[in-house]
Design a protein around this ligand. Structure first.
Ligand SMILES: NC(=O)c1ccc[n+]([C@@H]2O[C@H](COP(=O)([O-])OP(=O)(O)OC[C@H]3O[C@@H](n4cnc5c(N)ncnc54)[C@H](OP(=O)(O)O)[C@@H]3O)[C@@H](O)[C@H]2O)c1
Length: 268
């Protein structure tokens, strides 16, 4: 991994740092000597992470326990970090809803759009202005391989991740003249707690599980080198395939495969 501290600066902010891929991003960044602003709701997990990182590496950690569903969360986070020289924004927090779109409550789907789309957009807006002033910076988004196709039973989730991919691609071009790098990583099935409440038997799907540490490493390695990155040969091949065949095909295949792997009662 190249010297992210020299390239971006002394502090990084990681949303969704309390578990999974966000925790892995925080560990890797700290290992590279970067101070961390760790953001999530679960205070206990944040404190454990902070203690571990400060004991293990020569870094400072600021834990911020904040519910990012709240409408003013991005503004609040901007205020709480205004005294820190943050150079890297890792927009990673996200949730999944699963099931027929019509069976999921409108409120749950709105929460998903708030956390997966509105919040990273608002936080990017705040930090891009700060990065422009300091003359450099980087933004890393965690999307999903699902963002490359329509995915029945994950319709709103996949659409939210598609937003992040094209948003990042456009920002990368806009921000090049300001020496601000933008990368979006689109992981496939990764071993994290996000799947705990999702009634899908992933062993029935033709996919391989990856570890969050590897995903985080691939994402950070891509900063400044690639705009879009999909970790793993199999995930890469699946994503490439979606570009070579009619758009309706992968969505139909996803419908059949995920339909068979679901372990919930189907409702009409
Ligand atoms: N795991 C996969 O297979 C996979 C594949 C593709 C993409 N992704 C993406 O990877 C990202 C990280 O997910 P993960 O797999 O690492 O799952 P995870 O372990 O469940 O992590 C999700 C993180 O988001 C935080 N979060 C959720 N709701 C929040 C809220 N309202 N306010 C503040 N923080 C909130 C959680 O912290 P608290 O609960 O403490 O708030 C947690 O730190 C997500 O964007 C996800 O869509 C995951």
């Amino acid at each position: 991994m190249k010297d992210l501290k020299t390239k971006y600066g002394p502090w990084a902010i990681v949303t969704g740092a309390s578990s999974g891929i966000g925790k892995a991003f925080s560990m890797l960044l700290a290992k590279n000597g970067i101070n961390i602003v760790a953001v999530a709701r679960n205070k206990d997990n944040l404190v454990k992470l902070q203690t571990h990182l400060e004991n293990e590496y020569d870094v400072k950690v600021k834990s911020i326990s904040l519910d990012l569903f709240e409408s003013n969360a991005a503004l609040r986070l901007g205020e709480l970090t205004s005294d820190l020289d943050i150079g890297l924004l890792v927009n990673n927090a996200g949730i999944q809803n699963h099931g027929l779109f019509s069976d999921i409550t409108e409120n749950d789907e709105l929460k998903l759009v708030t956390l997966n789309v509105s919040f990273p957009m608002q936080l990017s807006h705040i930090f891009i202005r700060r990065f422009k002033q300091r003359g450099k910076g980087g933004i890393l988004f965690t999307s999903s391989a699902f963002g490359y196709l329509g995915v029945p039973f994950f319709a709103n989730y996949a659409a939210s991740k598609a937003y992040l991919i094209t948003f990042a691609e456009a920002l990368n071009v806009e921000l090049k003249p300001y020496d601000i790098d933008v990368t979006v990583i689109s992981p496939g099935y990764t071993n994290t707690p996000i799947h705990d409440s999702v009634p899908v038997d992933y062993s029935k799907l033709p996919i391989l599980q990856q570890q969050p540490e590897l995903v985080a490493q691939i994402g950070l390695n891509a900063m400044g080198r690639k705009v879009t990155v999909v970790p793993g040969l199999m995930n890469k091949s699946l994503v490439w395939m979606t570009r070579l065949i009619p758009r309706s095909w992968p969505t139909k295949w996803a419908s059949i495969l995920i339909g068979n792997a679901r372990i919930v009662e189907r409702s009409s």
